[in-house]
Design a protein around this ligand. Sequence first.
Ligand SMILES: Cc1cc2nc3c(=O)[nH]c(=O)nc-3n(C[C@H](O)[C@H](O)[C@H](O)COP(=O)(O)O)c2cc1C
Length: 413
Amino acid sequence: MKILLGITGGIAAYKSLELTRLFIKAGHQVQVVMTAGAKAFIQPLSFQALSGSPVRDSLFDCHQEAGMGHIELARWADQIVIAPTSAETLAKLRIGRADNLLTTLCLATDKPIMVVPAMNHLMWFNEATQENIQVLKQRGFEVLEPAVGEQACGEVGAGRMLEPVAIFEQVMQAQKQRLQWEQDVLQGGAFWQGKSVLITAGPTFEDIDPVRFIGNRSSGKMGFALAEAAQKMGAKVTLVAGPVQISSPPCVKRVDVRSADQMFHAVQEHYKDNDFFISAAAVADFKVVHKSIQKLKKQAKEDILSLSLVKNVDIIAWVAEQPKRPVVIGFAAETEHVLGYAKAKLKQKKLDAIIANEVGEGAKGFESDQNSVTLITKDSFFSFDEGSKKRLGFQLLNAIASLNLRSGCVESI
Ligand SMILES: Cc1cc2nc3c(=O)[nH]c(=O)nc-3n(C[C@H](O)[C@H](O)[C@H](O)COP(=O)(O)O)c2cc1C
């Protein structure tokens, strides 16, 4: 693997000598890129000696081919690892600065970037740093969070850079996962190439008044993972997203909605143009009958507030009933009797397949990055052990591909 190792200005920079040695020993190629800050802590010569190539540190380098070292390095790398990542570089990555070689090549790459923050614990817990980390995670950066322990400043807390061996193992693990995804893409690509897929994801919010709503704990991660996997496998993807804090996978058409009614209208508009409809959203079953225009006031005498609710349209059942319809695949998020309820829903709503998903206390389904699910059709079962939702997205699409379901037919199950 070609690893571009970025080093920024922090005390932990010395630990990256050992990290370089571990990568080289395992047979990887390493190109070190240092910021000016990093060079204040450690000499480039040590990295050059260990990696076997001169350290790159200048954005304006006339000796590079076409004078565009940042583009050449961005293309060369299979994986970018920035260890240590300073608070300053995290901030620059978050806002997209391009004022040194490392930040510029990070902007110019589509390769995976892993950041390994290291800093004083107050810097780490500072709201600005935490917000930067959250935004970077949402954009797909891998973040190896710092360890707790004694710090160079003499204080104790979270902010120590992970040890080189731990970083090395995480990089290897991430590479293994990527290779797995690439295999998945190859496997399902032949089926999904050129297909169009409509996916709903996330919760819906049913407004009570201008400041309150009824919602649920769906994070949207499973639907977004399916959208990303389908797009990577060559499908044209439309993603109808409820209110979630996730950035869209690249090249996916996203339609943002808030309520079940809005989601229904978006699905009505798009379902006909799609070969598959995958309903991963946790759509509210009910909405408030009379949404108040003004904020509801607490009545001094009343201990109980009654809200009248009315059923929302059952979106998936509606699509499944249409005479000319896509292949319809639902999710059954249940807290008990998961498989039994899922099978009943498959039959009752005349779906082509259903993905049974345990949710609630102790289960992974909602809010987590992990999940374990079962794909059920009228005559087959595919169980998937706990794994990342991103990987499950590919696995589910491969399993669906193997079923060879066709659109336009409402089969009676
Ligand atoms: C002695 C010393 C130690 C520092 N250690 C850290 C550190 O561990 N983490 C960090 O984020 N910043 C640390 N800084 C601050 C950074 O070096 C500074 O923000 C610098 O601008 C980082 O730039 P860079 O990210 O481009 O390398 C330290 C500064 C000094 C003077």
